[in-house]
Design a binder for this molecule. Structure first.
Ligand SMILES: Cc1cc2nc3c(=O)[nH]c(=O)nc-3n(C[C@H](O)[C@H](O)[C@H](O)COP(=O)(O)O)c2cc1C
Length: 190
């Protein structure tokens, strides 16, 4: 048997039983069934700051080397550890949530002065839920994740597009989203 796929999952929603958590839970469940090893972080509930743009990370090639000593340090280390990254967020005002954006800003430390990218070759997937349709901001979240992946020479594998998500109780019944979750997980392979 081959080595297990290591996946880090970042949830940027404050609602632990909300729409994003539900959709991410299905992806997580499918990955577990595929035998993946998972580490999940609830970004909203961590204490961390935005990128300082101090550039002190840029000259150390082998590690994130962010000088901020806060809760995001473990998250950054886990991204380096993982083969695949799943970014989950509700759509807030045509973009990802604040904690998601702040965490992704901190990915700046992965892109080194030498040209090295610490996310090169990793697989990236998104899980986005929105009250509206694709064009109400979810499309912009997908585009952001694609561009971030391309910049870091990571392999973007797709996103679960949870459109028209309102009440979490209704979302939990959504078979279409469950199907999307299984399909997305199946695209993350060792
Ligand atoms: C502050 C805020 C801003 C929102 N902005 C948008 C938006 O721009 N486009 C959209 O389609 N839905 C928007 N929504 C709806 C949420 O994206 C949607 O309900 C989402 O599924 C909530 O996820 P959660 O249950 O994980 O918190 C917004 C909701 C909030 C609270």
């Amino acid at each position: 048997m081959g080595k297990k796929l290591k996946v880090v999952l970042l949830n940027g929603s404050p609602r632990r039983k909300g729409n994003t958590a539900t959709a991410l839970g299905w992806v997580e469940q499918a990955l577990e069934e595929q035998g993946a090893k998972l580490r999940r972080h609830e970004l909203h509930w961590l204490a961390f700051r935005g990128c300082l743009h101090c550039d002190s990370c840029k000259r150390r090639d082998e590690a994130p080397a962010c000088k901020l000593r806060d809760d995001l340090r473990e998250v950054l280390d886990d991204v380096v550890w993982a083969d695949a990254l799943v970014v989950a967020s509700p759509v807030y005002c045509w973009k990802v949530s604040g904690p998601t954006a702040a965490a992704l800003d901190r990915f700046y430390c992965f892109f080194k002065e030498s040209g090295r990218s610490l996310i090169e070759g990793k697989q990236v997937a998104g899980v986005f839920t929105a009250g509206g349709d694709k064009r109400d901001g979810l499309d912009l979240c997908v585009e952001m994740l694609k561009r971030l992946s391309a910049y870091g020479r990571a392999a973007y594998r797709g996103s679960l597009a949870g459109v028209r998500c309102d009440e979490p109780a209704q979302t939990r019944e959504r078979k279409d989203l469950q199907r999307q979750a299984r399909a997305l997980a199946a695209r993350l392979k060792r």
